[in-house]
Design a protein around this ligand. Structure first.
Ligand code: ZN
Length: 497
């Protein structure tokens, strides 16, 4: 195969992937947002399965490897995007083929069963139900580390699936810093009797929908190149670069839930909308990593959406739309959108305590993979770690070790990327503030200067650079969690002093 044949072949595969992915995403969007006739489900499922099979078979075909190997022998003649494409395809292809096919098949059917068993175990608060499944899932992931290969800790191999280049060493250092600086702060807040006022409804849904439109205008999420749907569990999906859709769920008695889910998903969507269109042809038009995507949503949601400046522009909107804000001022709202308290449930956790929930999961996963602990000890160790880090002991497995779907879904090594995303967000914010007056942009209700910086330094590059390198180019240094820990410490010490 010649170099140009190899490039043509991968370009053709990429074109097919985009079309197949577009069809799958539209099937998913349609089912999630509009509801579909019950009797259409089987045919839709079959079609989605067929589309996946088409993508898969194109990817694993022997000519893919031939093209990768051909291009690897011409690395010096390739441009930056071509090199990044070859690196990505080579890594994915070899990882996939490192695992014996019969193992993949057995694991897929194990996980398909485990998800519904996990649901039942959580409902009935019965850890013993899911225990044998977790045993097999973690045993498989231990073998997976060997198949993938690793240099330091075996868990490095799993982390790399979600956060390219991340290691146990880097994550341990990050979490040690959080433990040292944030845990005492959380315990102090847990014991404090300072209780900010909470927002009182009702919040009519029509007004909430208007507020969503206002938020899109402020953040710069381009609704002419997207769409807003309503669903049970909010998500963002990319159909094409010019059609990136977000979703939310409105609750009559809670305005903050939809407000912050819209800001969060808008952060993801703007990242996608701002990606350079030419990257699609190289299969690089996606977030640099899970954590990098999360850095964009959490920066917008927390570092901007829960700032003093944002409280100032939000309050007049709330006063104009709802009855309960007549005697509120900016400072009261700022405190109300930044309530921090130790809790049991990760997905409901506030900005300050969120990463401590992640540390619990990370330390347990890592110890299971290295064989230091056993699955049967998880419930007790989980509760001990919550007590140690957050000062609370879960009253049930449902509010403790059984709350997350991830392990039952076979996802091990995923959790740290949430925390890593928060740290990247603070690192970017620190660098951006040297050039962009972020608070003034918020007060002007126009984040264009902020999004301009992010587009130039982060968004448009897609997957051309690995996460650490992307951060280095944007901020002058690789992953550095000190900015995040410092940001949390300053913000919450001031709030709860
Ligand atoms: Zn997210």
């Amino acid at each position: 195969m010649t170099k140009s044949n190899a490039l043509d072949l991968l370009a053709k595969k990429n074109e097919a992937f985009r079309a197949l992915n577009m069809a799958s995403s539209l099937i998913h969007w349609d089912a999630a947002t509009t509801g579909v006739p019950e009797k259409s489900l089987e045919a839709r499922g079959n079609a989605a399965g067929w589309l996946y099979g088409e993508t898969f078979s194109r990817f694993v075909a022997p000519d893919t490897l031939e093209a990768i190997e051909t291009l690897e022998s011409f690395t010096n003649e390739l441009n930056e995007k071509e090199r990044a494409m070859v690196r990505k395809w080579g890594s994915d292809y070899r990882k996939f083929h490192a695992v014996p096919p019969e193992e993949v098949k057995a694991y897929n059917s194990l996980v398909a069963q485990a998800e519904s068993v996990w649901e039942k175990a959580r409902e009935t608060n019965d850890f013993a139900l899911i225990e044998p499944f977790y045993e097999k899932i973690f045993a498989y992931n231990r073998r997976l580390c060997d198949w993938y290969g690793y240099e330091g800790h075996p868990y490095d191999a799993l982390l790399d699936d979600y956060e390219k280049g991340a290691t146990v060493k880097m994550t341990d250092e990050f979490f040690a810093l959080l433990r040292e600086k944030i845990t005492p702060l959380v315990k102090m807040i847990g014991a404090s009797d300072k209780k900010p006022r909470e927002l009182e409804g009702p919040f009519p849904l029509a007004k909430q929908r208007d507020l969503t439109k206002w938020l899109c205008g402020v953040t710069g999420y381009d609704v002419l190149r997207g769409k807003i749907g309503e669903v049970e569990h909010p998500f963002c999906t990319t159909i094409t670069r010019n059609d990136v859709r977000i979703t939310t769920k409105y609750h009559e008695d809670n305005i903050l839930s939809s407000l912050y889910s819209v800001i969060h998903e808008a952060g993801h969507a703007i990242y996608e909308q701002n990606m350079s269109e030419e990257l699609d042809a190289y299969d690089l038009g996606d977030g640099a990593s899970m954590g990098m995507h999360e850095s964009q949503s959490r920066m917008l949601e927390n570092m901007i959406g829960r700032s003093h400046a944002f409280a100032e522009i939000l309050l007049p909107e709330l006063k104009a739309s709802f009855d309960g804000f007549k005697d509120w001022d900016n400072e009261m709202l700022y405190r109300a959108i930044n309530i921090a308290r130790p809790s049991f449930i990760r997905i409901e956790a506030d900005e300050l305590t969120y990463c401590l929930h992640i540390i619990v999961r990370y330390e347990l996963e890592k110890a299971l993979i290295s064989g230091e602990i056993k699955v049967k000890d998880l419930p007790g160790l989980w509760a001990d770690k919550y007590e140690e880090l957050l000062g609370v002991r879960p009253p049930s497995y449902a509010k403790g070790v059984l709350q997350d779907v991830h392990w039952g879904a076979g996802l091990v090594g995923y959790f740290p990327s949430y925390a890593i995303g928060n740290a990247y967000a603070a690192q970017y914010m620190h660098a951006m503030k040297k050039i962009v007056d972020v608070d003034s942009a918020v007060r002007a209700k126009n984040l264009a200067p902020v999004m301009g910086w992010l587009k130039e330094n982060v968004h448009r590059h897609g997957q051309v650079h690995l996460p650490d390198e992307l951060a280095r180019r944007a901020t002058g240094e690789g992953f550095n969690p000190a900015y995040y820990v410092d940001y949390l410490q300053k913000k919450f010490t001031a709030l709860y002093q």
